[in-house]
Design a binder for this molecule. Sequence first.
Ligand code: SF4
Ligand code: SF4
Length: 131
Amino acid sequence: MANKGWDEFEIGAMLRSFDGKIDECSAFTPQRDRNYSQNNSHVASVADWRLIKPVFNKDYCIDCQFCWIYCPDVSIISRDKKLIGVDMDHCKGCGICVEVCPTNPKSLLMFPEQADEETELANWPAKDEEK
Ligand code: SF4
Ligand code: SF4
């Protein structure tokens, strides 16, 4: 099947990121490779677009999957209902995952792109007692 150009889709058309059912590529399946559809730009890295990046601290994560549901770029990677990290080739650094994370302290925080992950994890903020 020939690939469509971006200007050949009908207005309002839904472009699926994955082939098959959503639960075959989601947090709720055993570990497997993602089954990207031809509409998906998974081969194009957007890592250079980012000025800030999310860092994940698994010590506080309750695996609620909010970040996975709300990430507009399907960049949260989850397996067996466990968040395992962020796809940094496709994350654009919008920070939505941090906004929706319900833990205290948050399990995802945004840092400058150049920040050292190990250093930021070692200096993670403590619980905010006023929340
Ligand atoms: S910063 Fe934005 S694009 Fe990156 S993982 Fe979080 S929600 Fe997704
Ligand atoms: S929103 Fe926060 S607590 Fe929930 S899975 Fe994502 S990182 Fe973990």
